[in-house]
Write a protein that binds this ligand. Structure first.
Ligand SMILES: [Zn+2]
Length: 488
């Protein structure tokens, strides 16, 4: 769900990009790789990765929303590939498909009309371009008032409350996603789940996020009678006209003054949404391994993973998630094919995991960290791949200094890493699947491509945005770094 944190972290390192040109020449200057490793590396193929992304992003898999049959069918397809490549299942009971609870919601239809002061008829909004329900909404029909409430945060313990003095009972709360300050103490309040809970506890009928453009977002829990949605800044500007500001100005003022700027609005909203909630959904992490060659160290494993899920098919709109994260999944698959081809396996085992539920809040990876297959006594490290499909270079972040020299050495043979930065402090709420491993004290690194990732969580995130070569190059760096790490 979240914009690639590495990208956010590393954008400041653009300058490093300038050194990228060196990559290619540096790559050629390296000591030749031992033949077994070189042969395995040669298995990695951009066309294979591209074909796998195409399959994952196909409407047949309905946008791979965890719990939904489209995801389950895709997971079975991936398990079939793992078996065909000779990876071993990690569970005698479950094979390659590790189940966990994954409630999900499918939005069938939605209509939203906003009425500005003096305009009773109102303006019917266009689905997807003007508004989108959040993909954990209940069904319902309301005609209600609107209240602007800043960041939608009530944090009296931090001396900040957007709801102070506001009556939101039976109304729709309009707010931005973000926090008054860059302060980890706000992390909990910046969670979507916390915002929805706060709004509903204050009596609101729902919450409407203002985003530059509506995005698909399943990162929340179904709440009875609660209707969360998202509108574009353009629509919000029309609603905020009555208080004489644009959404961009309001956001700037909130960040500048760091105090609530909440106010009731005269505009009203008519909103009807039909959604099916499935509390009994089952999600799957798809996992397979290459067993280590050392009788003792094979009980330790390196996890190579990325999320397999995306946001599904709603109201006739497919969110194919080609870059997010069919690309990272295809990258993991290429790394797995190379390890499977290695004659001399590294000392430690390597487990390849396609996680479910990342878009819902890192659910699959959190489950995996809490239920490590009994085959393994310890997860030694984790390499994460999220959004590796767009661009011609890669950004990386690592949480343990010990990993960096392995990534640097590996990239000296490939030359595509544009920036590698240390991640420290709490992973925050906008991380990716490395975060639960990091929180458990496991060394992690996360790599994504340099984008621009402009179709993030949009219907436009299709195969046509994908560059086969960058996925293959990232897989090459990961294979070389992972092999050396697992064999140290
Ligand atoms: Zn992602």
């Amino acid at each position: 769900m979240k914009k690639n944190p590495i990208l956010i972290l590393v954008l400041g390192l653009v300058c490093v990009g300038a050194a990228a040109g060196l990559g290619a020449s540096r790559a050629s200057a390296q000591k030749p790789l031992p033949s077994d490793i070189a042969k395995a590396l040669a298995v990695i193929d951009g066309a294979s990765a591209y074909a796998h992304v195409k399959t994952m992003a196909d409407p047949a898999f309905a946008g791979r929303m965890t719990g939904h049959e489209g995801y389950t069918a895709a997971a079975r397809w991936a398990a079939g590939l793992f078996r065909a490549w000779g990876l071993k299942p990690v569970s005698a009971k479950d094979g390659y498909l590790l189940p966990y609870p994954s409630p999900y919601t499918v939005v069938r239809s939605a209509e939203m009309t906003v009425s500005l002061p003096g305009d009773a008829a109102g303006r019917k909004l266009a689905p997807n371009s003007d508004f989108l329900p959040l993909i954990f909404t209940d069904s319902g029909k309301i005609e209600a008032g609107l209240v602007f409430a800043g960041w939608g945060i009530s944090a009296p313990e931090l001396g900040y409350d957007d709801y102070a003095g506001l009556d939101v009972k039976g109304k729709m709360v309009l707010c931005f996603r973000g926090t008054p300050a860059r302060d980890d103490r706000y992390n909990h309040h910046d969670e979507h789940r916390t915002r929805m809970q706060t709004a509903q506890e204050k009596g609101a009928a729902g919450l409407i996020y203002i985003y530059p453009e509506p995005l698909s977002n399943p990162n929340g829990d179904w709440r009875r009678g609660f209707l969360p949605a998202m509108i574009s800044e353009k629509v919000a500007d029309s609603l905020l006209k009555e208080i004489g500001v644009t959404s961009a100005e309001l956001k700037k003022d909130l960040l500048t003054y760091r105090k609530p700027l909440s106010s009731a609005l005269k505009s009203r909203i008519r909103y009807e949404v039909e959604a099916e909630n499935h509390p009994d959904g089952i999600g799957y992490n798809v996992a397979g391994c290459v067993e280590g060659s050392d009788p003792v160290l094979k009980k330790e494993c390196l996890v190579v993973g990325g999320h397999f899920d995306h946001d599904g098919l709603h109201m006739g709109f497919l969110f194919p998630g080609a870059d997010d994260n069919a690309s990272g999944s295809a990258t993991v698959m290429e790394i797995a094919r190379a390890f499977a081809a290695l004659k001399q396996k590294p000392k430690r085992s390597v487990v390849f995991v396609l996680f479910g539920g990342e878009e819902k809040g890192l659910q699959g990876s959190t489950w995996f960290v809490g239920h490590v297959p009994a085959l393994f006594a310890k997860v030694d490290a984790m390499l994460n791949f999220d959004m590796t499909g767009e661009g011609d270079g890669a950004w990386g972040g690592y949480t343990d200094d010990a990993l960096k020299p392995f990534l640097d050495e590996a990239d000296s043979h490939v030359g595509i890493i544009r920036g590698l930065s240390k991640m420290s402090g709490p992973a925050g709420v906008r991380g990716s699947d490395f975060a639960p491993f990091y929180a458990a004290g496991i060394a992690t690194a996360s790599i994504g491509s340099n984008g621009p990732h402009l179709a993030y969580h949009l219907i436009g995130d299709t195969i046509y945005r994908i560059n086969p070569d960058i996925m293959a190059d990232i897989a090459r760096v990961a294979f070389l770094a992972g092999r050396a790490w697992a064999d140290r």
